[in-house]
Design a protein around this ligand. Structure first.
Ligand code: SF4
Length: 300
């Protein structure tokens, strides 16, 4: 069986998932092909927020252009979400809705543009069958997978669902949010997040393995991003300890870009994270990652 035949069979299976959706650990069991009354507010039509070609200047490459494709709604409820209103409010409006074919055309359009060196899909954990359809569509039309696809994950997809993307994604960028159940319950509304996120790391690492670079451009691999929230540095030490036991060649991205957002400034219960992270703390976490021996660490 060739790759395309395998992809067709895989797609047929994946498109059954939303008929009784267990696309993630919310287990909505709703037919998303006929309803978007789900936890992630997304049925058959993904809602596109933006699709831009940009000079990356970040982790993928210093000077190459990538296409960033950002979708609406989410299967998590981080209370500090930067785009909280966009993802979790007014979900009945249909702004940005695109069909599966339009999603496929978008990927194909970037395949045709020689300037674009990678496609970065943002906020797609609730859109895995849709994404598999779109990539398959573009491959069939173009003839092959022309450029790397970067899949940004919140760590909360269902492992068998994300397994459908094997061989199609070259770089996973996963946000590992918390490793303790208490913090996950408080800030994500999901106490099981840590175990699921660990399982996601294993799945993503099995798929793409260690990071590989060529002339300062990331070719493949798993990168885990830690967005540092104030006063929680021990949490990130524990995440790094977990990751180093998996592989020291998992890429580590330490981000100091947290700003209190979402419902954090509005509710007293979240006052402990209603402040910017202490840069000294961020530095300490970076140095801890270095002392662990990770081969690739990116600090922003
Ligand atoms: S992907 Fe969406 S509809 Fe499916 S189980 Fe998760 S939250 Fe529910």
């Amino acid at each position: 069986m060739n790759f395309l035949e395998d992809l067709e069979i895989r797609l047929e299976e994946a498109l059954k998932i939303p008929t009784d959706c267990v696309g993630c650990y919310r287990y909505c069991h709703i037919n998303r092909w006929s309803s978007d009354s789900t936890y992630c507010h997304t049925g058959i039509y993904p809602k596109l927020i933006s699709a831009n070609i940009t000079e990356d200047n970040q982790f993928f490459s210093k000077d190459k252009k990538i296409a960033k494709v950002y979708f609406r709604h989410c299967n998590l409820r981080c209370v500090y979400c930067y785009d909280y209103a966009l993802h979790h409010e007014n979900y009945l409006d249909s702004n940005g809705k695109i069909s599966l074919e339009e999603y496929g055309e978008l990927i194909y359009h970037y395949f045709l543009n020689d300037e674009v060196k990678a496609i970065h899909l943002i906020n797609v954990d609730h859109l895995i069958p849709h994404t598999l359809f779109a990539i398959t569509y573009a491959i069939k039309k173009y003839g092959n997978l022309k450029i790397p696809i970067i899949f940004e994950s919140n760590g909360f997809a269902f492992r068998p669902t994300i397994h459908f993307l094997r061989d199609l994604i070259q770089i996973y960028l996963m946000d590992f949010k918390f490793i303790s159940s208490d913090l996950s319950r408080k800030y994500l509304k999901e106490e099981n997040y840590p175990e699921i996120a660990k399982d996601t790391v294993f799945e993503l690492y099995n798929q793409v393995g260690d990071i590989a670079l060529k002339q300062d451009t990331l070719q493949k691999g798993l990168v885990v991003r830690l967005l540092v929230l104030p006063n929680l540095y021990k949490e990130y030490y524990e995440i790094l300890d977990f990751l180093k036991a998996v592989s020291l060649n998992i890429g580590i991205w330490i981000s100091s870009k947290y700003v209190p957002s979402g419902i954090v400034p509005k509710k007293g219960i979240y006052q402990d994270i209603n402040q910017l992270p202490n840069q000294e703390e961020v530095r300490t976490i970076f140095e801890y990652a270095q002392s662990c021996g990770f081969s690739w660490i990116f600090l922003e």
